[in-house]
Unconditional design. Structure first.
Length: 452
């Protein structure tokens, strides 16, 4: 299947961008994420894996052993450095290992050497889309369009373009592209699975149920159990939205049988949501309690947090924002009381406000791109340095400007107080969060231009 492996990379990213499916995945551990990504992206079915070193590498990748797949692929490249297929596969493996900078370097090399290689173009578009978070770089769309121009009847090229447009929230174009992909290859599980993701994002859960059924039906012999399990999870989310709760539980059971790694905090949370809608309060609370304990964070407060999660479950993907609103109101009421403490009250309030500003600033970064720091170790270090420079420089500059205005304009010589610290510190923390978001993107853009 041309471009099939690239599309499995891309499809996982689309699942993460789907609001309802992303809500199901929120909070999963890194190791679990890696396992799920590998099974979803790289599985083409063992029966389709060819013989030879690359065949063994693809089989290892399909079985979730990306490290062994990398070893086999590099061994092949040592013997044949000009093997474009091996280099492209290496790039896809590195993406699964979340070594994005290395992966893009390998894929770009194939594109430079073979600019008309449709599989390489699709892999590059998928990699750029995956790395981008919510903001798609123009190159991702341009590369997908180039693939369509070279192979207009390649269904996977249209699937990739649909994924790019869906991530950009252009659902009209995304639906047109995915419908064209399904017309070109009506039995493509990749196309139907992407169609399900797009329909869920476009608030058409009934259509998403039908699309996942088609993906599962056509993918039984070509997709591995990991990809099929992901399809079942998407189906379960869609079934909840159309109020077919028993069928949603059956879909989750099927997903966990095919991929035991999915028996996680996320699936227990989804089960809890289903039982809540069925008004089975005790079972709902039990699932949320299990999810909180599996999450591994604040285990000591699991009983209370499980109750909060259950109470917020009717709000769906808006629940985190409702919780934030409630916490902000409570926090300001508490701060109002603390501020009345003589002498030190104002400084305590300033410290608590700065903690809140810092938390919400970096929480926003994590929400937008999935994590505060990039996974690549080198980029991570430079990002930490950029955050530090932004915070220190921002605080110093804001303090200097504040002093300049207070002394020269308002003639206030006792200008430094708790309010000054709160304002200048908030500016510094917000600049640090902006550095955490934009610095990796500036590096990626610079490296992309240098690699061309």
């Amino acid at each position: 299947m041309p471009g099939g492996r690239a599309l499995l990379f891309s499809l996982h990213h689309a699942v993460m961008q789907c609001p309802r499916c992303r809500g199901w995945r929120r909070g999963e551990k890194d190791e679990e994420t890696r396992m799920n990504r590998m099974s979803f992206r790289g599985n083409q079915g063992a029966s389709m894996v060819p013989a030879g070193p690359l065949g063994k590498a693809k089989l290892a990748l399909a079985n979730g052993d990306a490290v062994e797949a990398e070893r086999l692929t590099r061994k092949q490249l040592e013997r044949r450095p000009d093997d474009a297929s091996a280099r492209l596969l290496l790039g896809q493996i590195l993406l699964q290992l979340r070594r994005n900078t290395e992966a893009l370097g390998e894929i770009r090399r194939v594109v430079r050497e073979q600019p008309k290689n449709v599989d390489a173009l699709l892999s590059l578009s998928a990699a750029l889309t995956q790395q981008s978070g919510f903001r798609i770089p123009p190159e991702a769309e341009e590369t997908a369009r180039r693939a369509i121009q070279l192979a207009p009847r390649n269904a996977n090229a249209h699937v990739q373009m649909a994924e790019v447009m869906a991530t950009k929230r252009d659902f009209k174009t995304a639906r047109a592209e995915i419908e064209e992909a399904c017309r070109l290859d009506p039995r493509s599980p990749n196309a139907h699975l992407m169609r399900a993701v797009i329909l869920m994002s476009d608030k058409d859960p009934a259509g998403a149920v039908g699309a996942t059924d088609s993906a599962i039906r056509y993918g039984r012999t070509t997709l591995g159990p990991g990809a099929l399990a992901q399809a079942e999870v998407i189906k379960a989310n869609a079934l909840v939205d159309v109020r077919r709760y028993d069928d949603a539980i059956d879909a989750l059971d099927s997903a966990e049988r095919q991929n035991p790694a999915l028996n996680s905090a996320n699936t227990h949370s989804l089960r809890g949501r289903i039982y809540f809608k069925k008004r089975q309060w005790r079972r709902s609370y039990g699932e949320y309690l299990t999810a909180q304990r599996l999450n591994g964070r604040l285990v000591w407060a699991a009983p209370a947090l499980a109750g909060v999660n259950m109470a917020l479950s009717p709000f769906g993907t808006r629940a985190p924002y409702v919780l934030v609103g409630i916490l902000v109101v409570i926090a300001f009421l508490i701060l109002f009381g603390i501020g009345n403490i003589p002498a030190v009250g104002g400084w305590i309030v300033a410290a608590l406000l700065l903690a809140m500003v810092g938390f919400f600033s970096f929480f926003s970064v994590r929400t937008l791109q999935g994590s505060i720091l990039p996974s690549d170790s080198q980029t991570r270090l430079t990002t930490i340095a950029a955050i530090g420079v932004a915070v220190i420089f921002g605080f110093a500059l804001a303090l200097w400007l504040f002093q300049l205005l207070a002394v020269n304009v308002f003639h206030n010589k006792t200008w430094f107080d708790a309010n000054t610290l709160t304002i200048t510190g908030s500016i510094a923390l917000i600049l640090g969060a902006l550095a955490a978001y934009f610095w990796p993107r500036l590096l990626a853009r610079f490296e992309g231009r240098r690699a061309r």
